[in-house]
Design a protein around this ligand. Sequence first.
Ligand SMILES: [Zn+2]
Length: 440
Amino acid sequence: MTPAGEMPLGMLPFGETPFAACDDCGARRDAIGDVNAVPNHATCVACGGLLAIVPQRPGCTGRELADSLDTAAARAAGGVWRFGALVHPSRTPVSWPEGDTPLVTSPALSAFAGLDNLSLKHEGMNPTGSFKDRGMTVAITDAVARRARGSVRAVACASTGNTAASLAAYAARAGLPALVFVPAGNVASGKLAQATAYGARTLLVRADFDACLALAREASHSLGVYLANSVNPWRLEGQKTIAWELLAQRDWRAPDWIALPGGALGNTSAFGKALSEARALGLIDRVPRLLVVQAAGAAPFAAAFANGFRERVTVRAETVATAIRIGAPASWDRAVRAIRDTNGVVLAVDDAAILDAKAAVDAAGIGCEPASAASVAGVRAARARGLIAADDSVVAVLTGHLLKDPDTVMAYHAGGSARANAPIAIEPTIAAVDAILSSL
Ligand SMILES: [Zn+2]
């Protein structure tokens, strides 16, 4: 096993002012002042490639930077905006605030995973119940600035549900009209309820997520809507703060591994960028290995990893973990770079393993949505294969809240699974209660 932190990192530029650079053609634009810099479709106007934000270089050492992030003023800014100009230079963000999510441990879950000490970074504790709020606060802040210059009719996203819920909430906070494109019949009820309640115009598209994204992208090119999917570079800037925050919570001591679910791979890309930047800034002296976990029925990235990333794979996705039910990940090349830069690993776990891990997370009193549990199921599988040692330090990211998908919870517990805990109908008698107590 190669120790963490020994892999070479790619070149990592910082700018004197923030700018957006194209992954494919290298075109470089002022990310803030030029209305065409990050256009509504959020991709390069020259070649269509993905844009990346290059943050402003802080003029201090890593130790000084870490101290500056720990001041009362920085903490008061809130989890994402605590990191200030390393995320976005706005001084008037559209913010709840979000972030500041807990890093929790559970002896029962450590035992389930086969580890001495598993930590969980619970992103379900964000305002709309998922990590999407971290990127959305930054993207909507950018959209508001663009709308002031008259170039945004509405904000939009394609979504398996969590992005839709987050976009709807932040658009409502900003007073922006919002359109969400979701695959009809494949969105968890909690998420659909949120998008509807927050007032987004919710479009149930008779197609899968990948077709929804293609439609939203087309609308962003031709109809003046601002695309807030994870191809939007500002989304990734916000999502970087998951990694930075968990490192800060560990006093900038990098864990051996960070495990996260893989769907569109926006988070994988954001984590790769965050870890590379953290090392370049001197915040950490070694880079944790990423463990990206896909559902077996939606595992194009895991298949490509097993093949040395020789080709880009697409699949027809099918899994109970709807948040990662994605067959054509949009952030592919960046995610490949993130895996290479961190000496990372990609693996797939089946739906039964995901649901068993979810039941374990839930029964620990922590709770998460199915896709989140993929990270715990993946850690367990990696431990069983000897990829992770029992005494390795591991942080698994839980991406969404238990209440996002109540139907899957009830279906699991009504079935014959090992951890099933179906509600019990009783007569209103003390004898009936006593009988249940005796069976505990
Ligand atoms: Zn380009």
